[in-house]
Design a protein around this ligand. Structure first.
Ligand code: NAP
Ligand code: GDD
Length: 341
């Protein structure tokens, strides 16, 4: 019998890559979808008709219990979240509910459906759980590079909500013996990245300027540093983490860091443009509190999982610029079907 996986956040960047990866590994893949007429669901149906869909919402405990009962998964990947950091200041309570409390609701759904309690711990055949934790939890970093033991100092309501979900995942492992792991993933990008995130905003902006569709690109803090990798590599790590005999948490990143300014230079150079003629600083895009520097120490994942990234920063940015040039030249819209190559 095929193994079964249930993915929350399946309509997002990582959800689609993970679903493709698990299908290629022979899994029966189920995706949790929400909303009445969510356009991302029809896009998902067209791209991956083999994925089975179940309705539910991380805000709705009963719907998650029903979804787990219906999908009867061996593995649950909790990728659903409000994931755009600036939005977490504008809708802090909602971010706490979805990105933080949503983890509690998903863990409870698994616990209830598996019949696990404080007196009956998990047995063989239990449902394995992956939590999408984030390097944003390191925030104002205490050391560089950051590893699994680096203390957290989150700088946004999003980072605080992720830290809650992270500790709760550890707590359910320790309290109930659940096979629950957190992947502390650093920024990962792709041609499918949402256009609100800086890499895609820049590659799409450069492509628009190259094709004469725009003349300037407005950006916030150019000095922030991130460890940017390719999303297709990172979903492999999620799967690997759930296959180990003992549940543990892992940092996933490349170990290289670049400023937003270097990202802009790389993207505009890939489009054959001089960035200084087009990029305009915009104070309104700076954040109330910034994460200045992220850089992963992925030694544990390399040693214990055998995980390695396969795409460099330069290759990633070139891939995204090429994809956006193709998309716009073909008359496509970034948020339509064609933006998911
Ligand atoms: P994304 O593209 O923003 O996707 C977010 C997903 O969450 C969407 O499928 C969205 O579905 C779903 N969602 C939002 N609210 C929900 C709710 N109330 N109930 C159920 N689902 C809901 O994010 P991503 O880049 O794929 O990231 C996946 C996960 O990894 C997120 O948890 C993110 O915080 C975390 N993470 C990402 C990175 C990164 O660099 N990409 C790094 C570290 C951690 P709808 O279509 O219904 O809106
Ligand atoms: N989005 C955006 N837009 N960011 C900008 C801009 C702009 O116009 N100008 C400068 N930046 C800077 C931000 O201030 C930040 O320092 C950096 O670019 C990266 O911003 P994002 O791409 O929005 O990503 P993020 O690092 O805040 O969060 C992403 O990575 C986290 C992991 O570290 C998201 O995917 C989170 O969900 C994820 O957890």
């Amino acid at each position: 019998m095929s193994r079964r996986a249930l993915i929350t956040g399946i309509t997002g960047q990582d959800g689609l890559y993970l679903a493709e990866h698990l299908l290629s590994e022979g899994y029966d893949v189920w995706g949790l979808i929400r909303g009445q007429a969510n356009p991302r669901v029809s896009r998902l149906r067209r791209h991956l008709p083999d994925v089975r869909l179940v309705r539910g919402d991380l805000l709705d405990q009963g719907s998650l219990i029903s979804a787990v009962e219906k999908a009867a998964p061996d593995e649950v990947y909790n990728l659903g979240a409000i994931s755009f950091v600036p939005m977490s200041w504008e809708q802090a309570e909602l971010t706490g509910e979805v990105t933080g409390m949503g983890v509690l609701r998903m863990l409870e759904a698994i616990r209830v459906c598996s019949g696990v309690s404080s007196t009956r711990t998990g047995a063989q055949g239990q449902i394995r759980f992956y939590q999408a934790s984030s390097s944003e939890m390191f925030g104002q970093v205490r050391e560089t590079p950051q590893n699994e033991r680096t203390p957290f100092h989150p700088r946004s309501p999003y980072g605080v909500a992720k830290a809650y979900g992270h500790f709760l995942t550890q707590n359910y492992r320790e309290s109930y013996g659940m096979h629950a792991v957190s992947g502390i993933l650093f920024n990962h990008e792709s041609p499918r990245r949402g256009t609100e995130f800086v890499t895609r905003k820049v590659t799409l902006g450069a492509a628009r300027i190259k094709l004469g569709l725009a003349d300037e690109l407005r950006l916030g803090n150019l000095e922030a540093r991130r460890d940017w990798g390719y999303a297709g590599d990172y979903v492999r790590a999620m799967h690997m983490m759930l296959q180990t005999p003992t549940p543990e948490d892992y940092v996933i990143g490349t170990g290289r860091t670049h400023t937003v300014r270097e990202l802009v230079q790389a993207a505009f150079a890939a489009a054959g443009l001089d960035w200084e003629r087009h990029v305009v600083g915009d104070r309104s895009l700076h954040r109330p509190a910034e994460v200045d520097l992220l850089c992963a120490d992925p030694k544990k994942a390399r040693a214990q999982l055998g995980w390695e990234p396969s795409v460099s920063f330069e290759e990633l940015i070139a891939m995204m610029v090429e994809s956006d040039l193709r998309l716009l030249a073909d008359g496509g819209e970034p948020d339509q079907d064609s933006s998911w190559p």
